[in-house]
Design a protein around this ligand. Structure first.
Ligand SMILES: Cc1ncc(COP(=O)(O)O)c(C=O)c1O
Length: 395
């Protein structure tokens, strides 16, 4: 009976969606903290958080209460009107960043937060071109896609926008050579996520900031994946490099779709009013969830906890004496295990053993657990991965 339910769920989806995703053969129906359950009642440790979204884990009581209460009052409120919850959220969010980033543009996704930054950089600078980094990922709308060099995302949809070029991530000389008098913006991730969890090399973001300032070019830091996840509120805080635009989404409302582009008052007020917009952006439901996320992270000291857990995870995984592992890298709770063979079979085997993980490139396993993850769950992951690699080396 239950099995039939799983099959029914799968058939309903498979016959009715545009088939863009490689599907896993389970239907997830419930979550609690860092656990997920499928329609057969099997429990999993969630080391993926829906690609980094469920930063507090699943069914967080504070977020559930905030959403429930707000849903009973007002779900949406177009930004041509003021709203109490949106205003309260703006106060809290801007309290987390320096005054140079105190203006917010609201949207509903990572790509939209990038799209706004790209458009604003063009409008505010009066220039057209954009330099991005290879292996970078910024989303699938045309602006974001134009800044995402990976061929597989672009090829069916060419041509992308004019004026976008890309350089090797971490190569300061290449970046210097790519910036021209027409460069409106340089866009970078402080830690490349989809590209394989590559933290920016020491000094690279500082060099990018210096170069962009010298050339009157804007710096966009895409923190859609790194925001709230690297043991600090934002990954830029590790380097101290302040951007002209900070793009946020994924974890900021624990699963309620939300995107935010932060910038300075100077840039914000230079943009022609009415030139960009977003129907759902800044809706009170998302703002209520996002407020609860900040409250929870603060009241439970989850940044310190996640920094500790991230360090523990790196230490445990680096401690595995497995020749099948090429490298373990990461920052905070963005962790990757680079293998000497394709990652797909391990994702499958981990899932069979009750662990949901992600890949990031063909040979890289990626782990983006909720900030509430603990040592016990990390030990379980490390032990299971150790066993799988041992079995593989003996087969
Ligand atoms: C760094 C970064 N930017 C942008 C995006 C796009 O976000 P979305 O899928 O919400 O449009 C992602 C998604 O993975 C991302 O990791």
């Amino acid at each position: 009976m239950i099995e039939q339910e799983a099959a029914q769920i799968q058939a309903s989806e498979d016959t009715a969606v545009v088939p863009m995703y490689t599907k896993r053969d389970i239907a997830l129906v419930r979550g609690d903290g860092y656990h997920l359950w499928d329609s057969d009642g099997k429990r999993y440790l969630d080391f993926a958080s829906n690609y980094g979204v469920n930063i507090l884990g699943h069914a967080n009581p504070a977020v559930t209460a905030a959403i429930t209460e707000q849903a009973g009052k007002l779900i949406s409120c177009h930004q041509s009107f003021y709203n109490d919850v949106r205003a309260a959220y703006l106060n809290r969010l801007t309290g987390l960043v320096p005054v140079e980033l105190h203006r917010a543009f609201f949207s509903n996704s990572g790509a939209e937060s990038v799209e706004a930054a790209l458009k604003f950089a063009r409008a505010a600078s009066g220039k057209t071109d954009v330099v991005s980094a290879r292996r970078g990922y910024h989303g699938r709308t045309y602006g974001a896609l134009s800044a995402t060099p990976e061929k597989k995302y672009r090829e069916p949809y060419l041509p992308v926008l004019e004026g976008f070029t890309s350089v090797a991530f971490g190569d300061t000389d290449a970046l210097a050579a790519a910036i021209t008098p027409e460069t409106a913006a340089v866009i970078l991730e402080p830690v490349q996520g989809e590209g394989g969890v590559h933290p920016a090399p020491e000094g690279y973001l500082q060099a990018a900031r210096t170069l962009t300032q010298e050339h009157g070019t804007m710096l966009i830091l895409d923190e859609v994946q790194t925001g709230f996840r690297t043991g600090r509120w934002f990954a830029w805080q590790h380097s101290g490099v302040l951007a002209d635009f900070l793009c946020l989404s994924k974890g900021i409302a624990n699963g309620v779709p939300m995107g935010v582009t932060l910038t300075s008052a100077e840039i914000a007020t230079s943009l022609p009013a009415g030139s960009h917009g977003n129907t759902f952006g800044g809706n009170p439901l998302a703002a209520a969830a996002a407020l609860a996320v900040i409250d929870e992270i603060e009241s439970r000291d989850l940044l310190a906890h996640s920094a500790e857990m991230g360090a523990y995870m790196l230490q445990r995984l680096r401690g595995l004496q497995q020749p099948g592992i090429r490298e373990v890298r990461g920052l905070g709770l963005m962790v990757a295990v680079d293998l000497r063979e394709r990652a797909t079979r391990y994702l499958r085997a981990l899932q069979d053993q009750g662990i949901i993980a992600l890949s990031a490139g063909p040979t890289t396993l990626r782990f983006l657990p909720p900030l509430v993850i603990d040592r016990e769950a990390i030990d379980t992951l490390a032990d299971i991965l150790d066993t799988l690699l041992t079995q593989r080396s003996q087969s």
